[in-house]
Design a protein around this ligand. Structure first.
Ligand SMILES: Cc1ncc(COP(=O)(O)O)c(C=O)c1O
Length: 401
């Protein structure tokens, strides 16, 4: 590709290191010269079951040849069947869901429903959570949101008991809060997990006030954390769940799902929200197939096995090199905080060097964090290969900048 030609607008801050990827298969990307790269970040957390997964390719081909898009006045059994499968996976039988296009949209739709039903002015969330590119939850304005700083709780010696009499808790004005939007673990890609007891206490209090529990499973859902959904690690029962990214395996479909009680409260007249691809059969068919593939091929268990290989390897590298400050993980959602690196030049170089040697990992801009979010179907040999190269890259002074 001509290096001088660039007609695309890109998100700032990220290195566009590979400009000519022409083909992908499972966790492997190939450039136009046939070089192979191992994708250890699943695109942007999206290709949960692998690039060009044959069953998803078949679904896309067959469904788009039948019918891809419907209008407001006519529908299709595929969307109904897919909705039933997703609701049953969530334990939301009798509820309803909407198929949308992006994670941001699924979260925003959840928030609009909660705001429409709430009799209190604010929704609560964690100060460090990320919810998407636009909408109320992305802005977190004071007149709509109460943002809680849970880092104080994480450092609290009583976090595992979390006594709701403490000062920090007493400062939360639950009387103003009509719902809690929880992102169970990604924390803007930093992979931090708020204490379980704290979350259960918040959920109990919000529910006591008839508030709704909303969960953003855009990154943590679809097996990423070793269970189907990140909220399952907390033993809570949400009322609204937003899914995105991995549910489409790279095709842009997302889902907002509601328990029956929320649908009853909406009283048959859902909020006014329309977009062209709502409940399109193509996206719905892909989502249904992704769920079926993960179920039939036991991929959640497989992902756990990969995590059991990857984590001890990373811990060994941490001990031997002294270059990793902290490893945070749940299932196949992993953040590696490198040793102190103001403005992150070492992190940037490490990232570039890994790509140069054929391994693509995620990098958070401006901080010293690398992310690993491999595909559930990643090859074990590629994990072993990565561990070997990663240790060399962390300790080798010679770099290809
Ligand atoms: C935790 C979380 N929620 C929501 C979103 C928004 O998803 P999308 O980019 O598909 O709109 C993202 C995107 O990275 C995310 O990380």
């Amino acid at each position: 590709m001509d290096e001088q030609v660039n007609h695309l607008v890109w998100y700032p801050g990220q290195d566009l290191l590979l400009r000519d990827i022409v083909r992908a298969e499972n966790c492997h990307l190939y450039d136009s010269e046939g070089r192979r790269y191992v994708d250890l970040e699943s695109g942007v957390w999206c290709t949960s079951i692998g690039h060009a997964n044959p069953r998803i390719v078949r679904t896309l081909t067959e469904q788009s040849a039948r019918i891809a898009h419907t209008g407001f006045g006519y529908s299709n059994g595929i969307a109904q069947e897919s909705a039933r499968a997703i609701l049953s996976l969530l334990g939301f039988e009798g509820g309803k869901c909407a198929f949308l296009c992006s994670g941001s949209e699924a979260v925003e739709y959840s928030v609009r429903v909660a705001q429409a039903l709430s009799k209190r002015p604010l929704l609560m969330t964690m100060a460090d959570s990320y919810f998407g590119a636009y909408g109320s939850a992305s802005r977190k304005q004071e007149d709509e949101w109460f943002c809680f700083d849970w880092t104080i709780c994480a450092a609290c010696p009583y976090a595992s008991e979390c006594n709701p009499q403490c000062e920090h808790w007493a400062a939360i004005s639950f009387d103003d809060i009509g719902g809690f939007l929880f992102e169970p673990g990604s924390s803007s890609g930093l992979v931090r997990f708020p204490p379980e007891k704290l979350i259960r206490n918040i959920v109990a209090k919000v529910k006591e006030n008839d508030g709704l529990i909303l969960v953003n499973e855009v990154t943590t859902g679809i097996g990423r954390t070793g269970l189907w959904f990140g909220y399952q690690h907390y033993g809570i029962s949400p009322d609204i769940v937003a899914l995105g990214k991995g549910i489409g395996n790279g095709y842009p479909v997302s889902v907002t799902a509601f328990v029956p009680d929320v649908i009853d409260q909406l009283g048959g007249s859902p909020i006014k929200y329309a977009q062209s691809h709502q409940n399109d059969p193509l996206g719905a068919a892909v989502a249904r197939e992704v769920v079926q593939v993960i179920t039939e091929e036991g991929l959640i268990e497989r992902g756990k096995g990969i995590a059991d290989l990857l984590l001890p390897g990373l811990k060994g590298i941490k001990d031997r090199t002294g270059k990793i400050k902290e490893i945070r993980s749940r299932g196949l959602m992993i953040a590696l905080e490198l040793e102190d690196d103001p403005d992150a030049p070492f992190t940037i170089q490490t990232h570039r060097e890994l790509v140069h040697r054929g391994y693509i990992v995620g990098r958070r801009t401006n901080i010293n964090v690398l992310r690993l979010d491999p595909i559930l179907t990643v090859d074990e040999k590629d994990i072993e290969g990565f561990l070997e190269i990663f240790e060399v890259v962390l300790t080798d002074e010679r770099r290809h900048d």
